[in-house]
Structures are given as structure tokens and as C-alpha cells.
Design a protein around this ligand. Structure first.
Ligand code: ADP
Ligand code: MG
Length: 586
């Protein structure tokens, strides 16, 4: 004991006792900002980061391929409004994660891809380091923002900037480059603590300007055949109560985009989904709420919108609520852009249309009854198709079961990808609650399935139901091991029609299987059994129903191989027109 009198020795002792390093600072910075889950895949140089993060109480979910961890992080961001974190190793791991980073940016989901990287000095001189790659430069074009931290004392700033960039304004994917050397750098613990930043108000409200609100209200008041379009931005914004109030107090019919389904129940009497091809060309004023007029909405023009030719304007006027001031006019003229966060914009519209202001001018009775008529007709037609029970099963008879199961379990998360499996599920399976449906998103990509399942289960604690095309499942299928390892309540249904689009193509030369076909009669259920999950082969709707009910009752990881008629399905699902050959014929 006794006081050490030599200052150098004393300093050395204090330092030895109270030092921190890059590993700890990254973990502490994340924790300080309320981030509690990391989706990733360990390896050099981040293996110890995953161990230490787990020891420090963070949940670390380890995947089999970085792309799936990345998709998990991206959808975690959508569901929680906090950046989903994906952690990858350098070069190849980073590149695997990049797909999901681009996906997050394109879909406006907040996500941070944190990747270890090799020694700057060697990378920049291209001297051939282990996994040498200039990752920052590569990430930039697909990220909303990209940063690199070289000194441990800058970790706090790096993470703070990444969080702000991911969630403020229009959310997106952010890249954070952490070179291997950074993790071992040490500095006094006090200085380390001081260097961390708890981000204040990371996604500030953005209140729309009064004149913009007035312009929007004037246009809406002039409408005879108004229509509201709800996009996934509206779902993301978690402005559920105000959106419902706006829809119901205005009496306007609405169309939900795929991931906005359930914002109001799809069975809502104002929901015009079943009359989509009638309302789009007929509407005179359209209120877009967190939906872009991109390809998914035929760019706001052409025949879908009542235009005569492919690129003709249909005559509609648009009010567009969006947080990005650059979104308006991206495809057609926006007469009343309303820039701000959705909750603030919708509140402003509600305030402007209050009783004192005379309330909403209700849409014309003819408009509503015409929609009602189309809806009833289409719903009846669909009911007829769904009631058929062909052998073998087709998409409709299988999805009729899924429709019932989702109705009985409205809390469950629905993950959906594929071509026909996507299109049919979207139109057949009604959603009842906000943010329950997560799917292929803006790019219409495949591969999100199992990553989404993991994050949906982890972030919501709810049962997950995944409706997967057999082709779509293949992109992330190995993650069934991850689902079993963490014992997640995920029920995967594979719509197995032996191939991409369908399973009937043949190689005209007779040499190989056609490019679009898979092994016939494949038993995907056996993959689940390999890892201790439940596998079921379902050849009839009854078998499918029993298996899904049991999966939900037991909460066990389950994979149901739903055997679908291999002749069912159309080329490219509903986007045949994007296929060059088909487009040429059309
Ligand atoms: P969908 O594909 O469902 O139509 P999009 O992804 O095309 O939806 O559009 C979502 C839009 O929502 C984006 O333009 C984005 O800027 C916007 N957005 C996202 N979050 C918010 C928010 N909190 N407030 C306002 N707009 C938002
Ligand atoms: Mg298929």
C-alpha cells in the first residue's frame, strides 16, 4: 500500500487501471444511443467486437451470410425508427452487406452498416493487405452517408453522425468504416467517456409551412373524386392515429401500397384496393402520403392513370406529403407539395379542416358508390376463385388458408417475397394492423426473406409468417439454421411450384434443366428438420392449415413445403411488362 510518489509511476498505475479501447467505445456509444441489437457475422477484425458486445448486454444475432444480416438490420430500422445495425468483416463480408445497404437507402430505411477494414496505409498504397479494399469509396454511391473513424477518440462522433444521417430527414443506409487498428487503440477511460455523444433529437420533427398547407387544403377542397395513397413512408412514420383520423374524417377512399397495408385494416370500407384499376384513372385529386410516384405507381402517368398513351398524363392533380423536399415533380407535376414529417403534415391538414373551417367537403356520392360497386364485384369474383379446391393446390387455394390464418392472428408479422407468391399474397391476404407486412420493397428484389424473419421476430416479439416463392427462399434459405439456433417463432411457407415463375420450362436441346426450373418435388421441409425445427410437407389446403395452426400454437421454427401446381404462375408475376421479350410483344 502507501502512496506512490513517483509521478511517472503514478500515471502508469492510473492508466493501467482506467484505460478503454476502441472495442469498448463502439459498444458504449451504441448503448448510449439506445441501440440494443446487432445483426452480423463475426470474423477478422470484428470477432472480439461481437463477443464483447454480447458480454456488455447487447443482443448479437449471428447470421450465415452478411446479406441476410443486412436485410435484417434494414427492416429492424423500418420497424423501430432506430437505425438497424449490421456488422461485417472487411472486403468480402463488407461487399455481401452492401446489397442490404443499398436496399436500405433505396427503401428509406434507417440502417448502419459497420464494417471492419484493413490497414489504411497499406490499402491506400495498394500493397496487398489481407482483404484489401477501399470500402469507404465503394460504399459511398449506395449510402445516404459514409464515414470512417481513424482514432478511438472520434468513435463517439462517428457513431453520432451515422445515427443522425440514418434517421433524420429521409431515412437511409449509412456506412461506417472502422479499420482494424482502431479497435485496439487505447485511451484513458475518462477521456473515452467524454468523447461519446448521446444524440439529442436524432430525427427532428419537420413542420410544414402554413402556405404549403393552405395550398394543399385548397386543392383537396376542390376535389370531386379524391383519393389517398398511403405508402410505406406513412407506415414508417408511426402516425397511425392521425392518418386514420384524416382518412375517416375526410371520407376519402384510399389505396395502401404494399407495406402500408394494415395501416387501416384492409377490410375498411374506405379501402379501395379491390377497385384499384378503377380509382387510379378516375381520381381527380390524389393525396400521396409517404409514397413515391416510381415504377410501382407507373410513374403517375400512362394508361394506369387514365392517360391515352404510355407516358400520357391522366389529368390528376397531386398533393404530396414527403419529408424529402426533392421528391416532388420527380415524375409528374406536383401541384401542392407538402414537405415535412408525416405526422406534422397530417396534423396540419386535420387542423385546417376542423369544424370551424367547415370540415371536409365530402367526396361526391357518385364517386363513392361507383367505387363500392367495383369493389363488390371484384371481391365476389375473388371469393369464387378462393373457394375452388383444385388438385394439386394452386396459389389461390393455398393463400386462402394463409388469409384465414392472418385474419385469426392479426398481431403476426407477414414476410413476403417471390414473383407470383408475392403478387397473389399481396392481393389475397388482408392485413389488419400497421407495419405487419414487410416485403420486397422498392426494388422488388428477392433475398430479403429469412433476414426479415429474424429481425421481425426479434424486434416485435410476435409470431412471424413468411410466404416465400421457392426461388425467393433459395437466396437466404441457409438462415433457417439461424432461426432454429435462436428458436424464433417463425413459420415459413414455401410455395413450391418447382421453379422460377413456374416449373414447366424445358431445355429445347434436351441437355439440361431449363434455366427457370428446380429439382422437381423438392422437400424444403427437410432443411428445417436438419436443424431441429419442424418440417411439414403439405399437399392440400387442409394439411397447410393444420401445419400453420400448429406452428403458431407451438411457436416452434417451422417450414411448410406447400406443393403447388407447377403450371400455376405467370412469367415475372404481375410485372411481365418489364420483361424485354414480353414488352416487345405488347
Ligand atoms: P411505397 O413504395 O410504399 O409507395 P416509397 O418508399 O415509394 O413508398 O415512399 C416512401 C416515401 O416516404 C419516401 O419518399 C420518403 O421520403 C417518405 N418518408 C419516409 N419517412 C417519412 C416521414 N417520417 N415523414 C414524411 N415522409 C417520409
Ligand atoms: Mg416458384
Amino acid at each position: 500500500m502507501g502512496i506512490v510518489s513517483d509521478p511517472a509511476a503514478r500515471a502508469a498505475e492510473t492508466a493501467a487501471q482506467e484505460m478503454t479501447d476502441g472495442f469498448n467505445l463502439v459498444i458504449e456509444a451504441l448503448k448510449l444511443n439506445g441501440i440494443s441489437t446487432i445483426y452480423g457475422l463475426p470474423g477478422i477484425p470484428i470477432t472480439d467486437l461481437t463477443r464483447k458486445a454480447q458480454a456488455a448486454g447487447l443482443r448479437v444475432l449471428s447470421f450465415r451470410h452478411e446479406q441476410n444480416a443486412g436485410y435484417a438490420a434494414s427492416i429492424a430500422g423500418f420497424l423501430t425508427q432506430k437505425p438497424g445495425i449490421c456488422l461485417t468483416v472487411s472486403a468480402p463480408g463488407f461487399l455481401n452487406g452492401l446489397n442490404a445497404l443499398a436496399h436500405a437507402t433505396v427503401n428509406c430505411f434507417p440502417m448502419i452498416l459497420i464494417s471492419g477494414s484493413s490497414e489504411r496505409e497499406i490499402v491506400d498504397l495498394q500493397q496487398g493487405d489481407y482483404e484489401e479494399m477501399d470500402q469507404l469509396a465503394i460504399a459511398k454511391p449506395v449510402a445516404k452517408a459514409a464515414y470512417r473513424v481513424l482514432h478511438a477518440e472520434d468513435i463517439g462522433v462517428g457513431i453520432a453522425r451515422a445515427i443522425r444521417a440514418a434517421v433524420s430527414g429521409r431515412p437511409g443506409g449509412v456506412y461506417l468504416d472502422l479499420p482494424a487498428k482502431l479497435f485496439a487503440q487505447s485511451l484513458p477511460a475518462d477521456a473515452g467517456r467524454q468523447s461519446l455523444i448521446q444524440v439529442v433529437d436524432p430525427a427532428p420533427r419537420q413542420v410544414p409551412a402554413p402556405d404549403a398547407v393552405k395550398r394543399a387544403l385548397d386543392l383537396l377542397k376542390s376535389a370531386k373524386k379524391p383519393l389517398i395513397l398511403l405508402g410505406k413512408g406513412a407506415a414508417y412514420a408511426q402516425a397511425d392515429a392521425n392518418i386514420r383520423k384524416l382518412v375517416e374524417s375526410s371520407g376519402m377512399p384510399y389505396l395502401p401500397m404494399s407495406m402500408a397495408k394494415g395501416l387501416l385494416p384492409d377490410t375498411h370500407e374506405q379501402c379501395a384496393s379491390a377497385a384499384r384499376s378503377y380509382v387510379l384513372p378516375e381520381a381527380d385529386v390524389v393525396l400521396l402520403i409517404g409514397a413515391r410516384l416510381n415504377w410501382l405507381l407507373s410513374h403517375g402517368k400512362g394508361k394506369t392513370w387514365g392517360g391515352k398513351g404510355h407516358k400520357d398524363w391522366g389529368g390528376q392533380k397531386f398533393v404530396q406529403i414527403d419529408i424529402s423536399p426533392q421528391e416532388a415533380d420527380s415524375n409528374v407535376r406536383i401541384d401542392a407539395p407538402l414537405v415535412g414529417d408525416i405526422d406534422s403534415c397530417v396534423s396540419a391538414l386535420l387542423a385546417g379542416m376542423n369544424e370551424k373551417a367547415g370540415g371536409w367537403a365530402k367526396p361526391s356520392a357518385e364517386w363513392l358508390s361507383a367505387i363500392h360497386e367495383k369493389k363488390s364485384k371484384n371481391v365476389a369474383k375473388m371469393a369464387e376463385t378462393l373457394a375452388k379446391n383444385p388438385t394439386p393446390m394452386n396459389f389461390h387455394s393455398a393463400l386462402n388458408v394463409v388469409r384465414d390464418i392472418v385474419k385469426a392472428n392479426p398481431d403476426a408479422m407477414l414476410v413476403n417475397e417471390g414473383a407470383n407468391a408475392l403478387d397473389f399474397t399481396r392481393s389475397i391476404v388482408d392485413m389488419y394492423q400497421p407495419r405487419k407486412r414487410v416485403d420486397v420493397g422498392t426494388w422488388g428484389i428477392m433475398g430479403v426473406g429469412m433476414g426479415y424473419c429474424v429481425a421481425a421476430a426479434v424486434e416485435t416479439g410476435q409470431q412471424v409468417i413468411a410466404i416465400e416463392g421457392d426461388s425467393a427462399f433459395g437466396f437466404s434459405g441457409m438462415e433457417v439454421e439461424t432461426i432454429c439456433r435462436y428458436n424464433l417463432p417463425v413459420c415459413i411457407v414455401i410455395m413450391n411450384n418447382n421453379g422460377v415463375y413456374k416449373g414447366t420450362d424445358v431445355d429445347p436441346t434436351g441437355r439440361d434443366p431449363a434455366p427457370t426450373v428446380f429439382v422437381k418435388g423438392a422437400r424444403y421441409d427437410k432443411i428445417m428438420e436438419a436443424f431441429g425445427g419442424v418440417g411439414v410437407n403439405a399437399g392440400t389446403p387442409d394439411e397447410l392449415r393444420r401445419a400453420m395452426e400448429e406452428a403458431i400454437r407451438s411457436k416452434k421454427p417451422t417450414l411448410i413445403n406447400a406443393v403447388i401446381d407447377e403450371t400455376a404462375g405467370t412469367e415475372s408475376g404481375r410485372i411481365t411488362s418489364l420483361n424485354p421479350t414480353a414488352a416487345k410483344k405488347a
